[in-house]
Design a protein around this ligand. Structure first.
Ligand SMILES: O=P(O)(O)OC[C@H]1O[C@H](OP(=O)(O)OP(=O)(O)O)[C@H](O)[C@@H]1O
Ligand code: HPA
Ligand SMILES: [Mg+2]
Length: 184
């Protein structure tokens, strides 16, 4: 899907595909350096992190393992409920593992702060976070994030895995959603 194909539902492109890919290469290089000689497990958070995981993992040179979790706090709307549910748990035992959670966005921080403490309680050697996007002005809880792609304004965004009511995940860039779409 191109930005043009979103028509009037797209307000503005915030980050182009090239910007996203360029930043991911930098993040992968740092991850390679930081985890050299260690056995890294990437944990992707479904569904939003699918694009970041696919593009980041392919730029990492280390032989990482990948696993997935599905949690939901947003349902179909534009506000976090704050209540996190596990919809699909990991297949991997985290005991003694170096874990890097891969996320598309940290908005209120509620999902990630919950996930961090959940995974840390499973006996991992380390648990860190890599996120493509972060909204500093939306933070309700502070989350300690090791790798951040871009800080963005406090507006609802779609694309590159991010949805509104399950749509627009396949837009290759990140854009703001026109308010008329969600009745704003
Ligand atoms: O910082 P927060 O305010 O908690 O928001 C961030 C979370 O919300 C989104 O997931 P969502 O629940 O929409 O699930 P999805 O990835 O399947 O779209 C996003 O992918 C993060 O996991
Ligand atoms: O801005 C957003 N867009 C889409 N999904 C989200 N989940 C948290 N914040 C967002
Ligand atoms: Mg969502």
């Amino acid at each position: 899907m191109t930005p043009e194909q979103m028509g009037e539902d797209l307000q503005e492109v915030l980050l182009t595909e090239e910007q996203l890919h360029g930043r991911l290469a930098e993040m992968a290089a740092r991850i390679d350096a930081d985890y050299a000689g260690r056995d890294l497990l990437l944990v992707g958070v479904l569904k939003g992190a699918v694009m970041v995981m696919a593009d980041l993992a392919r730029r990492i040179s280390l032989p990482v393992q990948m696993d997935w979790m599905a949690v939901s706090s947003y349902g179909s709307g534009t506000k976090s409920s704050g209540v996190v549910r596990i919809l699909k748990d990991l297949d991997t035992d985290l005991h003694g593992r170096d874990v890097l959670i891969v996320e598309d966005i940290i908005d209120s921080g509620l999902t990630l702060s919950w996930l961090l403490s959940n995974l840390r309680s499973r006996g991992a050697a380390s648990v860190e976070i890599a996120t493509m996007l972060r909204k500093p002005d939306a933070a309700k809880v502070e989350v300690d994030v090791r790798y951040v792609g871009f800080d963005i304004p406090n507006e609802f965004v779609v694309g590159y895995g991010l949805d509104y009511a399950e749509r627009y995940r396949n837009l290759p860039c990140v854009g703001t959603l026109a308010p008329h779409v969600y009745g704003g």
